[in-house]
Design a binder for this molecule. Structure first.
Ligand SMILES: *[C@@H]1O[C@H](CO)[C@@H](O)[C@H](O)[C@H]1NC(C)=O
Ligand SMILES: *[C@@H]1O[C@H](CO)[C@@H](O)[C@H](O)[C@H]1NC(C)=O
Ligand SMILES: *[C@@H]1O[C@H](CO)[C@@H](O)[C@H](O)[C@H]1NC(C)=O
Length: 512
């Protein structure tokens, strides 16, 4: 009797171990690809939008007033182009996350001397941190965009490494990342997105060492991405709707089934292999992702250091008007802060949060160049909105009235006397857009993400997002057969185990 109980107990234990261990064992055989975009390697980011706070103007509010405006807009991050003491102090104890900068003209000195680097960190970081929550330091801005900066190219990495070494010495290299902001013209090709590649001149000698550093330190590759410029450069070929997040993802579903190459549907959707692009920003970001992969750094994450849309410009500058700017930035915020993993990220890297900084807080009247340059602000210098925008993304961009003028680009100057209340948002709608997809209500309740245009990802991604919910896994882990097995195997094993147990216990009984 004792023997029999002991054997039964062993049998039960053995079966239990089998059931419990099998999914783990299958998990071990899971895809190596997980390590390529390891979601654990980058710190979790606050789900807030960022703003570029530039001061190339003679009529702006004081830094204290500007910071109050930023807070009242519920912006969570601020990017600076320097480390202006008045601004750094004004940002203290605000909870705002700050990207400060070492400007291009400071690179040489810091690159050539670790003592100078240490002094720079003392004066520009330690003097304000941690009261001012500096999360990132940008060394240089758009260094590769102009031949005039070429003498600095060799000095970028030494400068970054000196700053990083000083931060490491002060035990701040985990809390404060170092990177640089890169202009989109660093890419020699960006269409189709999968063909994205850095200019040969900079790729191996300069971009690759940067990516190596970013990969090791889990720091972002910051790109200045402006669909506006791409569209304005070729408005005859590029639908404005593609630049303004206005394409409807349901309009092209039939034409994609056999797509294995690049094409553009009648509606303007770009098909790139099995991926579909309903807006240009996603395409630009994935071109950067492809270019990084091509250099062997597919693990580095992309962030948007600048994006936006101008509200006015010189006569003849197309598409720069308040309705277009409002549509672009509202939809941008809603997409970037979506709580839906099928909206977050890009087609090639779905579900991944992308830190995004809109350009810019104010219209800056002293910026040189064409008229558009002085009209990127969300605010006039007097602090009033150029157009209303909900920087939390809670409102949902399509609760704002879509403006018909966006389809017919205005010749500028756009009227600055437009009654702005035309753009004021009505209250958020009670119903959820996810009613369209009753089985896939994966919004987290608070978001009224309401754009069909934002359903830019493929059906596969949507299904995957649903499975990821089942598996409680981050959406960027590939759904493989192994993962499916991992989920269903215990369910299959359980009846088998019970049957075997019953059979054996009867069998053992008969042996007595
Ligand atoms: C270094 O910083 C980390 C947090 O980033 C902290 O936990 C640790 O205690 C610090 N060590 C020293 C020696 O200050
Ligand atoms: C702020 O400036 C804008 C543009 O110059 C103007 O239209 C608006 O009336 C001003 N608002 C206030 C409150 O002065
Ligand atoms: C928004 O659009 C709806 C329907 O097109 C219209 O009835 C409403 O008056 C508009 N609201 C504003 C503020 O323009």
């Amino acid at each position: 009797m004792m023997m029999r109980r002991r054997s039964l107990w062993s049998l039960v234990s053995l079966l239990c171990i089998m059931v419990c261990a099998t999914p783990a064992a299958i998990c071990q055989t899971g895809p190596q690809a997980e390590s390529v975009s390891d979601p654990g390697s980058y710190p979790v980011e606050a789900n807030t939008i960022g703003i570029n706070y530039g001061q190339v103007a003679d009529n702006l509010p004081t830094p204290q007033e500007a910071v109050l405006l930023i807070q009242s807009m519920k912006i969570g991050r601020v990017k600076l182009f320097d480390s202006d003491p008045a601004v750094m102090s004004a940002l203290a104890n605000t909870g705002l996350q700050v990207i400060s900068a070492l400007p291009n003209d400071g690179i040489s000195a810091v690159a050539s001397s670790s003592t100078t680097a240490e002094q720079w960190v003392q004066d520009n970081v330690l003097a304000y941190y941690p009261a001012t929550d500096i999360t990132t330091i940008h060394v240089g801005n758009e260094l590769w965009s102009q031949p005039g900066f070429q003498p600095l190219w060799d000095q970028l990495m030494p400068c970054i490494l000196n700053i990083h070494a000083s931060l490491t010495y002060h035990n701040l290299s985990q809390a404060i990342k170092v990177s640089t902001a890169v202009a989109f013209n660093a890419l020699a090709a960006s269409y189709p997105p999968s063909a994205g590649v850095f200019s040969e001149e900079i790729a191996v000698p300069y971009v690759q060492p940067l990516l190596q550093f970013l990969s090791e330190t889990h720091s972002y590759f910051y790109i200045n991405a402006y669909p506006y410029f791409a569209w304005a450069g070729d408005p005859a070929q590029i639908p404005l709707e593609y630049a303004l997040f206005e394409l409807d993802s349901s309009s092209s579903s039939s034409s994609s089934s056999t797509a294995s190459t690049t094409s553009v549907t009648a509606a303007g959707v770009v098909l790139d292999g099995h991926l579909k692009y309903y807006n240009m920003l996603d395409a630009q970001l994935d071109a950067v992702n492809a270019a990084m992969e091509q250099l062997g750094y597919g693990d580095v994450r992309v962030a948007i250091s600048e994006t936006g849309w101008p509200t006015a410009g010189d006569p003849g500058q197309l598409g720069c008007n308040i309705p277009n700017a409002a549509n672009y930035n509202r939809r941008l915020v809603t997409k970037m802060l979506s709580t839906s993993s099928s909206v977050l990220g890009t087609p090639s890297r779905p579900g991944i949060f992308i830190p995004t900084f809109i350009f810019a807080l104010f219209n800056e009247d002293l910026k040189p160049g064409p008229g558009t340059e002085r009209h990127w602000g969300l605010l006039y210098p007097n602090g009033t909105n150029v157009y209303s925008i909900d920087m939390t993304g809670q409102m949902g961009s399509f609760t704002f009235n879509s403006t018909s003028s966006s389809k017919a680009p205005n010749l500028t100057p756009a009227s600055r006397n437009n009654p702005l209340n035309d753009l004021d948002p009505p209250p958020p709608p009670a119903s959820s857009i996810f009613n369209q997809f009753p089985g896939f209500d994966i919004s987290c309740g608070s978001s009224t993400m309401s754009s069909r245009s934002f359903k830019t990802t493929t059906t596969f991604t949507t299904v995957r997002a649903a499975f990821n919910l089942l598996l409680q896994q981050p959406a960027n882990i590939p759904l493989t057969a192994a993962r499916l097995l991992e989920f269903f195997f215990p369910l299959l094993l359980l009846p088998l185990t019970i049957t075997a147990f019953l059979f054996l216990s009867i069998h053992l009984d008969s042996l007595q």
